[in-house]
Design a protein around this ligand. Structure first.
Ligand SMILES: Cc1cc2nc3c(=O)[nH]c(=O)nc-3n(C[C@H](O)[C@H](O)[C@H](O)COP(=O)(O)OP(=O)(O)OC[C@H]3O[C@@H](n4cnc5c(N)ncnc54)[C@H](O)[C@@H]3O)c2cc1C
Length: 388
């Protein structure tokens, strides 16, 4: 477990996460993948152990951790099961959005149940219309008598139909072209007017339940507005972007680690009958292992550096965050590809663990902010051009 650069509180959380990953997540990872089933039992254990309270305040028994802990804990969980780790990651991002400016009423209705392991939340930003431009919602909210009324459509919501609440982005009518109008509201699972789309059947991340939902004049209490009107951009830059980027980066570092571990075990175990030697005796394969390990280590360091920078509020943290997630996507695709080659026809088999990790890794470039957009933002920032 790569914890030598972490403080004792985070190391303890990593040990707990590794234990849950090994005992609970890993044994059912193949089953979850094959059945494309949301990992309800695994998520329940994560809640019981208190890991879902990672970002909740200490005064309500949360861990009050930031981005570095998120990077490290999601990595440990993804070594066990990518889908469960992604559902956990999205819960953490959404829970941080709920926590960031919670009113006393929101603390009672959302934060306390999360801290007590009784509430899973998720993030509903993407829409079919604006796709990768997840920061340009077209879902509208308008004021009803004692509620907000939401209409429109969201897509690819991880834990869709299973979470207890969703952080939904929306704009007031007529403000679609104003990035400052981006507003987040908490929508509870039993809000009237939610119509869930078909079950998620992904190429990878098959346990995610990343479903779409239509909001048919869905009503939420006025108290579910997150933050005060006018500070929406603060949420995007201070909470959503950093937590989203680090949560996903941690998951993909864990997927790469699992693939490399599995490939190394295979090289040590597999013997050719004509020589009696293990594959690990073949020098060219040492190079593949060395290169994959170096890529993984370098990327983990970039991710943790970005997390530390953002936790410390460094002015250039965004550059490191953009670079980290773009590099993670490249690294996890390359390491899982190497792992597939090293495990040969066995790895290529229909239900091999390497095959699952290889498919799960492919979501890294696709999930927003996509690698295209991250490199655009990073390049423009370095050239002193406006981000968009
Ligand atoms: C497994 C999974 C889980 C997800 N979970 C969530 C979730 O929990 N919450 C949530 O809100 N969303 C989630 N998403 C959605 C995800 O984050 C993306 O928003 C979504 O996949 C974008 O898909 P799209 O087909 O609409 O992309 P499109 O917008 O159609 O883009 C297709 C490709 O074109 C590229 N592209 C588009 N425009 C440009 C441009 N101008 N320049 C360069 N390249 C461009 C994109 O980078 C992308 O590679 C999830 C997606 C997946 C696959």
């Amino acid at each position: 477990m790569p914890t030598s650069d972490l403080d004792p509180a985070i190391v303890k959380l990593c040990e707990l996460a590794a234990d849950v990953a090994g005992r609970t997540l890993a044994p059912v990872a193949d089953e979850i993948d094959q059945a494309a089933a949301w990992p309800s039992a695994s998520m329940a254990v994560l809640a019981q152990t208190g890991l879902t309270a990672l970002h909740m305040p200490r005064r309500i028994n949360g861990h009050e951790q930031g981005l570095l802990a998120l990077a490290a804990v999601t990595e440990e969980l993804a070594v066990g099961c990518s889908s469960t780790a992604m559902c956990y990651a999205m819960h953490c991002v959404a829970s941080k959005v709920l926590e960031a400016k919670a009113t006393p009423d929101q603390e009672e209705r959302f934060l306390a149940p999360i801290a007590q392991g009784r509430h899973i939340t998720s993030l509903a930003l993407s829409e079919p219309g604006t796709g990768a431009y997840f920061f340009l919602p077209r879902v509208q909210f308008r004021s009803g008598e004692d509620s907000y009324v939401l209409s429109g459509e969201k897509s690819f919501i991880t834990s869709g139909g299973h979470a207890d609440s969703y952080v939904v982005s929306a704009v007031p009518p007529g403000a679609e072209l104003d990035p400052g109008a981006f507003t987040c509201l908490a929508v509870e699972r039993d809000a009237p007017g939610l119509e869930w789309g078909p079950e998620w059947r992904g190429f990878g991340m098959r346990g995610n339940s990343s479903r779409g939902v239509v909001l048919n004049d869905a009503r939420v209490p006025r108290g579910n507005l997150l933050g005060a009107e006018g500070d929406q951009l603060w949420y995007v830059f201070e909470v959503i972007a950093p937590y989203f980027l680090i949560a996903m980066s941690g998951v993909y570092v864990g997927i790469a680690r699992a693939a490399l571990q599995s490939a190394i075990a295979h090289l040590q175990e597999r013997r050719h009958s004509h020589t009696g030697d293990a594959l690990s005796a073949a020098p060219p394969l040492w190079h593949d292992v060395a290169e994959a390990w170096t890529e993984l280590e370098a990327t983990r360091r970039l991710v943790r550096h970005a997390a530390r920078q953002a936790d410390a509020g460094a002015a250039d943290a965004a550059l490191h965050l953009f670079a980290a997630k773009a590099r993670v996507a490249q690294m996890v695709n390359s390491v899982t590809e190497t792992a597939m080659i090293l495990t040969g026809g066995r790895g290529y088999g229909e239900h091999s663990a390497i095959g699952r990790l290889h498919r799960d890794a492919r979501a890294a470039n696709v999930m927003a902010p996509t690698s295209h957009l991250l490199k655009t933002w990073l390049g423009r920032s370095l050239l002193n051009l406006p981000l968009m």
